[in-house]
Design a binder for this molecule. Sequence first.
Ligand SMILES: [Zn+2]
Ligand SMILES: [Zn+2]
Ligand SMILES: [Zn+2]
Length: 171
Amino acid sequence: MAPTRAHDPRPFKRLKHDHRRCVTTALARAAKVCAASGGRLTALRRWVLELVWQSHRPMGAYDILAALGQKRETVAPPTVYRALEFLRAQGLVHRIESLNAFIGCDQPGEPHSGQFLICRACGRAAEMADGRIDAAMRCGLAEAGFTLERPTVEALGLCPDCRPCAEAGHA
Ligand SMILES: [Zn+2]
Ligand SMILES: [Zn+2]
Ligand SMILES: [Zn+2]
């Protein structure tokens, strides 16, 4: 399963960018993906997706529950889990296992295995699809007799915005 996602060598957005555009684009893409798949993007599912896209920081189910509670009457946790599961199945969000949190996918609709770069300073995560990393893993693990099925990588480090601060000893 080769990733068909376009490779962006600089996946981190600048800290200061017009994030409303990210959200608008994500919601428009979600509508398209669901129209194509026949999935129903209900008001609640759309809300949950909007909350995941609130920032580029992965969001846990409980953060989403809390944020939803501020917006409208309380939503039962299973309802939110089901909404997240729907969004994940549609490829609109990814689950970052190491953080037990969700991040919006900026290229939904195309199957891909992701490399998730998580900044330990600002907490943002960015998604990358570098075929070289996939190939290196596949090859290295084949030598170990291991058949790779899900080449997802979650890498922890510093994003381009935080690295200078860290080097100056501020982070
Ligand atoms: Zn953004
Ligand atoms: Zn993705
Ligand atoms: Zn950062």
